[in-house]
Design a protein around this ligand. Structure first.
Ligand code: UD1
Length: 417
């Protein structure tokens, strides 16, 4: 199993390019199931999760052509609406095939995702919404089996909590339903908007994406389209944090500060200078950051996917920070690993109190999930000596060419077996 070896202490300095957003690409690839015409996507990141989803779509009968960041999907011969356990267990986002399959063929068999390292993560809201649209849903032998006779019907949907993939699944299902669907308490994440933009390009009638009430007027069919995936705001934030922690100065291209206001705000509070260009961001960090407290919440508030990275920068900042995680119940697994590097962190339920120390010391640490791994890498970049991060397959799921990009920025990192 690959590990990442980091020689800490190098100040990040240089330029790299941010890839397309994983969390926009995943639902948008699934949106191709809604049409019998080819959908072409560009700026698709080359990641493990994307490869898994393309394999899953291929098994369903979708013809997939891929050339670097360009992917064309042709779902005209879709004939096997099944997402098997072996795939769903490696990537929970596979649940995103459920809505499109119900809309297009009126049947889906999708494995229940089960738990994951960061919590229970049920999909009850996805199912409740589909049932309100007329679907019959049974859970048998660990599989969701959903069917609808005569097609989905538009409905007024209300989710009990803000759910990103839940909103995306229901929005896709509603595109081909009869009549109007209104999703209340919808997720406002930019990735939901990117998906809506692609669906509109395919002929869907959607308004309100980006607000908490989305209206979808069902149409007979969707046609083919070409769409460019938005930049990855979490990858953007992660490199900004890495530079900030090392007292560095970097420029990120292919991205912008749009959609990361909450993160930029906190980096400014920590003492960084940030210049926003049209398609680039420049960050210059002070020699030592000030501690910044954060509370995760749905967009536009501070993203849970940036929590681990901010815990890492607070480990070496001046002062004490309070970190509150309100989205996932078990998302502090990185804290004990950071403690192995010498961090001072106290956990009480969903709150972590981090007191900055003068220096961290390199050690072997274990990645537990995608974003936790990013936090460990940032800590390794500032720690004295060598840090060996085990289980970096988590990172391969969500960060394109991580080692290469960090090296471009002057970090001393290498992959070891
Ligand atoms: C998406 C993102 C993930 C991010 C998360 C929160 C993708 C592929 N993944 O995950 O990176 O961390 O949003 O911003 O876009 N919940 C239920 N029942 C449901 C659905 C959700 O109880 O049916 C709960 C979850 O357990 C969690 C909260 O709602 O506590 C939010 O989860 P949700 O927004 O659905 O996360 P994902 O869409 O899975």
């Amino acid at each position: 199993m690959d590990k990442l070896l980091i020689h800490g202490g190098a100040r990040l300095d240089g330029e790299t390019t941010v890839s397309g957003a994983k969390n926009a690409a995943l639902p948008i690839l699934c949106a191709a199931l809604l049409s019998a015409e080819p959908v072409t996507l560009t700026n698709v990141p080359q990641l493990q999760d994307i490869a898994t989803l393309l394999r899953l779509l291929g098994q369903m009968g979708v013809a997939v052509e891929r050339d670097a960041d360009r992917v064309t999907l042709d779902a005209s011969k879709l004939d096997n609406p099944l997402a098997p356990y072996e795939m769903v267990k490696t990537m929970r986002a596979s649940i995103l095939v459920l809505g499109p399959l119900m809309a297009r063929v009126g049947e889906a068999r999708v494995s229940l995702p089960g738990g994951c390292a960061i919590g229970a993560r049920p999909v009850d809201q996805h199912l409740k919404g589909l049932q309100a649209m007329g679907a019959k849903v049974a859970v048998e032998h660990g599989y969701i089996h959903a069917t609808v006779a005569g097609g989905l019907r538009g409905a007024r949907l209300f989710t009990d909590m803000v759910t990103v993939t839940g909103t995306e699944n229901l929005m896709m299902a509603a595109c081909l339903a009869k009549g109007e669907t209104v999703i209340e308490n919808a997720a406002r994440e930019p990735e939901v908007v990117d998906l809506a933009n692609c669906l509109v390009a395919m002929g869907a009638r959607i308004s309100g994406a980006g607000t908490d009430v989305i209206r979808i007027h069902g149409v007979e069919r969707l046609h083919g389209a070409e769409h460019r995936i938005m930049p990855d705001r979490i990858e953007t934030g992660t490199y900004l944090c890495a530079a900030a922690a090392t007292g560095g100065s970097i420029r990120l291209t292919g991205t912008s500060t749009a959609y990361i206001d909450a993160v930029v705000d906190k980096l400014l509070d920590a003492g960084c200078d940030i210049d926003s260009e049209r398609d680039a961001i420049r960050l210059t960090a002070p020699a030592r950051l000030s501690a910044v407290s954060i509370r995760t919440a749905p967009y536009p508030a501070f993203p849970t996917d940036m929590q681990a990275q901010f815990m890492a920068i607070n480990c070496v900042a001046e002062g004490t920070a309070v970190i509150r995680e309100t989205i996932f119940e078990n998302r502090f697994m990185h804290a004990v690993e950071l403690q192995r590097l010498g961090a001072e962190i106290r956990i009480d339920g969903n709150t972590a109190v981090v007191t900055g120390v003068d220096r961290l010391e390199g050690a072997s640490v274990m990645a537990t999930d995608l974003r936790a791994s990013a936090g460990l890498i940032i800590a390794g970049l500032v720690a004295d000596g060598e840090t060996l991060v085990d289980r970096i397959y988590h990172l391969d799921r969500g960060y394109e060419k991580l080692g290469e990009k960090l090296s471009q920025l002057g970090a001393r990192v290498s992959r070891v077996r």
